[in-house]
Design a protein around this ligand. Structure first.
Ligand code: BGC
Length: 731
């Protein structure tokens, strides 16, 4: 039953000061929430508590399940798993007594260097939107508000708070907006604006994208919250559609609240290395007294303020926060089921990039485990997503527990130090720092020489507020791999990275696994894949290529010149670029090998239904997991550059040895449409459906003409709400 009348009554009873109080952050008296909106006690409105994600629930100084990074989740190509993951995040958020999770990250991976790629899903809008929607639905199902972020075009951390993303409507509509739209459709209660400008306007002030597109077109009924210190104006933001300002307090107050007790007032200056990616900490307290003044002077209407408050109350109500008593579903942290899920996602997201047959390892092989950081799990990258687990498994221990043969360990190099924007920002101590080891490539070589198999773990580092300098592995890790490979021709490389890396040694080694940032279950999960207890279920959600081959290699596009990043590659991001430029990537989008082999027997499109039924046979004598991918090649239209192919749908499923399964793959409307001057269009003509194992490994093709009914249905479903926004623009 709608409780809008009750909310309307509450709004009527609020004083101006109380209304304003509900539109901005304050200090959490318990010192736990990263964002806190004080309630109004006299009317039974409780406070709203926000905690960071998306890798787990982050309460400073506390532990929670440290799940694999979202890019690892997306590599599973399994939307059901994403939903389960969202539910677990929601359950942990409630378990921590919080109401809002600042997750998922819904930005598209445009720049391979982006320091936050690990927090995002993919370079493809259909994949990213499917995951954003599923994670949101999962979080919200636990009476927790999801906050997809950062709306929109926050594609880089370099100068993230200053850069202007100059971007045409077509790439916005076709690539960057769909994940947010999908999150809204899945029921997200809140959306966080990005720090950057889009086409000259700060996102927190962006009337067209926030008010017109998000709220009017997509009918988003929740509240829009700023990123922390991301608000510049009062009336501009409020009238543009921003509803809540965060954190609403000064940097000094926030640092004092976030730091450990003994460093409580030591929050100092932000170091240069991250300053470029930090917002202006003076950008706060816009929605406090200044908002009340603006309402009194009429620059912000009282109706607008009421709408802001209504949105906050409506969302609180949706997660049963306004209930008398406690009608909310229970939460729980670090349950056995969550531990198991963390392991499952880590194995399912692991991508087998190369394998000459060395994998899976035989149980009794003597294994050399080599790498500078094999004694610690890669929990994630730096910044607001840092999560501390209760239990953890590192690669060395995970393999030692699984192996039946001997295990010898060598580090070879000094530890690769993680970068933590957060420690710097809060003035806390980095308790992970340990005395560095001396390089010992010779020792690593000797260990490799004596083993049946050498498994080398290499990693990058990434953090919010800082982009990666290049796509190479930090330090001398490439040299370490080459040294080991020269000693042992059964060398397996496990890469733990935030996104694409260059692998100059790939032809010298026997197998390569991309294992991302796997979280607390690192060792256990990677051992399960190495020994074949689980088939590597992952496929690449981002293209791997040499740095200079990406469209953003042009500095006008990234990091931008004179404060502007020009997105003039248009829709040719990720594999869309590599396909149209006819460049061979190192590993294409969608790529990932299995320990089993598959034959694509047939494919039967039913466009009325929006599905393709694909029959796949596992021809191997071991069970496997296949990800069936369907790409659409659109007809060519004069004067319009279309991508060669676009992902339309995918389905991950287990296929037992020797069996045939029939999988129904749902096709997304987005892959059939393009955005032009007249809005969404679905061109007539022949569409080719490419069905296969990756964007470059097509196993079967179906050609089809779309009938006009189908074309019109797709156009309409994408255009919903456009009319309302046009009307407003013309007023
Ligand atoms: C990040 C957000 C995060 C917020 C609160 C910002 O610096 O960009 O993703 O939710 O801080 O910690």
């Amino acid at each position: 039953m709608s409780r809008e009348p009750r909310i309307r009554r509450l709004v009527e009873e609020l004083s101006l000061e109380e209304k304003v109080r509900l539109t901005h952050g304050a200090n959490d008296p318990e010192g736990r929430a990263t964002g806190y909106v004080a309630g109004v006690d006299r009317l039974g409105i409780p406070p709203l508590r926000m905690a960071d994600g998306p890798l787990g629930v982050r309460i400073p100084g506390e532990s929670a399940t440290a799940f694999p990074a979202p890019i690892a989740l997306a590599a599973s190509f399994d939307v059901e798993l994403a939903r389960e993951h969202g539910e677990a995040l929601g359950r942990e958020t409630r378990g921590k007594g919080q109401d809002v999770l600042l997750a998922p990250g819904a930005n598209l991976v445009r720049v391979p260097h982006n320091g936050r790629n690990f927090e995002y899903f993919a370079e493809d809008p259909v994949l990213s939107a499917s995951f954003a929607g599923a994670v949101v639905a999962g979080i919200q199902s636990r009476d927790v508000v999801a906050t997809p972020k950062h709306y929109v075009a926050n594609s880089q951390e370099t100068a993230r708070a200053a850069v202007d993303a100059e971007i045409d409507e077509r790439p916005l509509r076709e690539l960057y907006l769909p994940s947010f739209r999908s999150a809204v459709e899945a029921g997200a209660g809140s959306i966080m604006t990005a720090y950057n400008d889009v086409n000259g306007t700060r996102m927190s002030d962006h009337e067209r994208l926030v008010r017109d597109v998000l709220k009017d077109e997509w009918e988003f009924g929740g509240y829009v919250v700023s990123d922390w210190f991301g608000t510049e104006t009062v009336a501009g933001a409020a009238n543009g559609g921003l509803d809540v300002e965060m954190p609403g307090i000064t940097l000094a107050e926030m640092q004092a609240a976030m730091a450990d007790d003994d460093t409580a007032d030591e929050g100092g200056d932000v170091p240069d290395v991250i300053a470029d990616g930090m917002p202006d900490a003076e950008s706060c307290e816009r929605f406090a007294a200044a908002l009340a003044d603006a309402v009194e002077s009429g620059t912000v209407s009282e109706d607008r303020l009421d709408d802001m408050v209504t949105r906050v109350l409506r969302v609180m109500d949706r997660v049963n926060l306004l209930e008398e008593g406690d009608g909310r579903v229970d939460g729980a942290v670090d349950t056995p089921a969550h531990r198991d899920l963390a392991t499952r996602v880590a194995t399912r997201g692991t991508v087998l990039l190369e394998n000459d047959g060395v994998l899976p390892l035989s149980d009794d092989a003597d294994v050399a485990v080599i790498g500078p950081n094999v004694d610690e799990p890669v929990l994630g990258g730096g910044g607001s997503s840092e999560t501390t687990p209760v239990v953890e498994s590192d690669p060395q221990t995970g393999i030692a527990e699984r192996a039946e043969g001997g295990v010898a360990v060598a580090h070879g190099l000094p530890r690769v130090e993680e970068v933590s924007m957060l420690e710097e920002f809060t003035g806390g101590e980095d308790d992970r720092a340990e005395p560095s080891r001396e390089p010992d490539l010779e020792g690593a070589a000797a260990t490799a020489r004596e083993a049946d198999v050498a498994v080398v773990f290499v990693r990058d580092t990434a953090s919010e507020a800082i982009d990666r300098e290049d796509l190479r592995l930090p330090g001398r890790q490439d040299e370490l791999v080459e040294t080991v490979a020269a000693e042992n021709d059964r060398t397996v490389v496990v890469v733990n990275s935030s996104g694409p890396i260059e692998c100059p040694w790939r032809e010298e080694v026997a197998a390569v696994l991309e294992n991302w940032y796997p979280g607390q279950a690192h060792g256990e999960a990677v051992a399960a894949v190495l020994y074949g207890d689980a088939d590597p279920g992952g496929r690449l959600p981002v293209t791997f290529a040499p740095e200079d081959a990406y469209p953003t290699a042009d500095e006008r596009r990234y990091p931008g010149v004179d404060g502007t990043a020009r997105y003039d590659e248009g829709v040719f991001v990720g594999y869309r670029h590599f396909d149209s430029a006819e460049r061979e990537p190192t590993y294409p989008f969608g790529h990932g090998r299995s320990y089993a082999d598959y034959e694509y027997v047939d494919a039967d499109p039913d466009l009325e239904d929006g599905t393709v039924r694909v029959t796949v046979e596992n021809t191997a004598d071991r069970d496997g997991r296949e990800v069936v991918q369907v790409y659409v090649r659109p007809p060519s239209v004069d004067g319009v550059d279309r991508p060669v192919r676009e992902l339309a749908g995918f389905e991950s499923g287990a296929i037992p040895a020797g069996e045939r399964v029939s999988v129904a793959v749902d096709l997304d409307d987005l892959a059939f449409a393009r955005y032009g001057e007249d809005g969404w269009t679905v061109d007539p003509g022949e569409y080719v459906l490419e069905i296969g194992r990756s964007s470059r490994d097509v196993r079967t093709i179906q050609r089809t003409e779309l009938d006009s009914g189908f074309r019109e249905r797709v156009r309409r479903s994408l255009a919903t709400g456009e009319a309302a926004s046009d009307e407003r623009a013309h007023r």
